[in-house]
Design a protein around this ligand. Structure first.
Ligand SMILES: [Zn+2]
Ligand SMILES: [Zn+2]
Length: 340
């Protein structure tokens, strides 16, 4: 076979020409003059392939340009090298060098484009900024809700939502507000509210209650619901001195199946199923327990200096205590009980 252009003998032709003649002066790869790349001004994520993604600016720019690269149909793209140069705040120049294969011959081609960043607000952010919510978590407590616990719960909810939003960006916290008796956390999704309230119920042995409300009807007839999840935290917390069936214990552990109590007389642990946890009553909150200094210690017995009377009092401890150490105790009608 001979090339119709240069007459050279060749066994590979495209439209009758040898590959060299075929590619001569021909744009083999193409990029549009410019590519618009949407960026959310609120979360700074980029719209790529119909989803919003978190990316380095230069990577997003490169990705946006690559998505618009096309090659002539006779060519197979082997690899593409890119170079991104920032021209101003909103414009990047992207130059590409593509290695192509045409009829078994490798050919290099070049193209370039301008990627322009376009400010917008993604749907999630526009919802969030518009205070959209589908669920309210009402965190309440049977006793006073201590600041430390309130902060811990809020932190837990934030971490949880942040984790879940990585795979579903429709999930977010709309607002956290302090109200009389607790906190209200507004959430973007009913399902999110449901699984967070469950998690809190398991973690703290809390009771939960759901209530639906109809907020409106869309033009297409579909109804919009909101769900309020009331999470009532029990008064008892891990570390508190509690009573159960007339005996004194330290609450050492709470899980979704129940709680673990350590008897303050004899130091035996018992497990209380979740349904029976309502019978656990706070005797003294952990923060209100007495503290005293150990002045003598021997074989499971110790003497402490009573902080009020300054008398030395003998206490029973499951293991020896160091002299000088501070220990917790409760005063049960004059009997001093050590809290491990
Ligand atoms: Zn030729
Ligand atoms: Zn956004």
């Amino acid at each position: 076979m001979f090339c119709v252009e240069c007459g050279k003998e060749t066994d590979k032709t495209v439209d009758g020409a040898c590959v060299e003649c075929f590619v001569k002066d021909k744009p083999l790869v193409k990029l549009p003059h410019h590519v618009d790349l949407q960026i959310c001004t609120n979360c700074e994520e980029y719209a790529l392939n119909k989803t919003w993604v978190e990316m380095e600016p230069s990577e997003a720019v490169e990705e946006a340009a690559l998505g618009r690269l096309s090659a002539i149909k006779e060519a197979r793209v082997l690899s593409v090298g890119t170079r991104v140069t920032k021209q101003d705040q909103k414009t990047y120049k992207v130059e590409m060098e593509a290695d192509l294969e045409i009829r078994g011959t490798e050919v290099r081609a070049e193209a370039s484009t301008l990627v322009r960043l376009k400010n917008t607000v993604c749907k999630r952010c526009s919802r969030q900024l518009g205070n959209y919510y589908e669920a309210i978590l009402q965190i309440r407590s049977d006793g006073a809700l201590e600041d430390s616990l309130r902060d811990e719960v809020v932190r837990r909810v934030r971490n949880d939502v942040e984790g879940q939003s990585k795979t579903d960006r429709r999930l977010f916290i709309t607002s956290v507000s302090e109200v009389t008796g607790g906190i209200d956390i507004k959430l973007s999704s009913i399902a999110l509210g449901k699984n967070i309230s469950r998690d809190l119920a398991d973690r703290y042995g809390a009771e939960t209650k759901e209530s639906f409300s109809l907020v409106g009807q869309a033009a297409d007839g579909s109804e919009t619901h909101r769900v309020t999840f009331l999470v009532r935290l029990p008064e008892h917390r891990v570390g508190d001195a509690v009573t159960f069936d007339g005996k004194l214990y330290k609450l050492t552990y709470i899980s979704k199946s129940g709680g673990k109590l350590l008897a303050l007389q004899g130091f035996k642990s018992i497990f209380v199923p979740r349904a029976d946890m309502v019978r656990v009553r706070v005797f003294k909150k952990r923060a209100d327990l007495g503290t005293a200094t150990v002045v003598f210690s021997k074989d499971g017995e110790a003497e402490i200096l009573h902080p009020v009377t300054y008398e030395t009092v003998m206490i029973i401890t499951p293991k020896g205590e160091e002299i000088g150490e501070t220990v917790r105790f409760v005063d049960l009608d004059g009997e001093i009980l050590y809290i491990p």
